[in-house]
Design a protein around this ligand. Structure first.
Ligand SMILES: [Cu+2]
Length: 135
């Protein structure tokens, strides 16, 4: 190997190591994202109980935590039964990590007029997430 070949070889190895470190860090970051949704009365709707926010977009791999901020009991029940909580008493929480891209509609078993939606986008994949975070 002449000196140029050696340098190119060394540069390739360093680039490789940096990429893997990067992917590792990005995947770690993506797992730390937690979104909170409060369950409770909405003053702007005569105090009707709502999920607040009731419609959010997240990235694949994000975790959502619902917190019952009300005096009553509520549930978080995915419309097709993909996930669901037990009865949540005041201050109880329910959490779910979304591993699949898609749109998830949910409601409260005790108050069917309480509805919410989670839209899960692809950015949670480490490749797209890296691009996303650099921009
Ligand atoms: Cu309810």
């Amino acid at each position: 190997m002449n000196i140029n070949t050696k340098l190119i070889f060394l540069a390739s190895i360093i680039t490789c190591i940096l990429s893997f470190t990067d992917i590792f860090l990005m995947t770690s970051y993506s797992q730390l994202v937690v979104k909170e949704i409060l369950i409770g009365p909405d003053p702007s709707r005569d105090g009707d109980d709502v999920y607040n926010p009731n419609n959010i977009a997240i990235n694949r791999g994000d975790k959502v935590v619902w917190i019952n901020n009300d005096f009553g009991i509520h549930t978080v029940t995915e419309n097709q039964g993909l996930f669901g909580s037990e009865n949540l008493r005041p201050d109880d929480t329910f959490e779910y990590t979304f591993e699949d891209v898609g749109t998830y509609d949910y409601h409260c078993k005790l108050h069917p007029e309480m509805i919410g939606k989670i839209i899960v986008n692809l950015y949670g994949s480490f490749y797209l997430n890296s691009m996303y975070m650099y921009n």
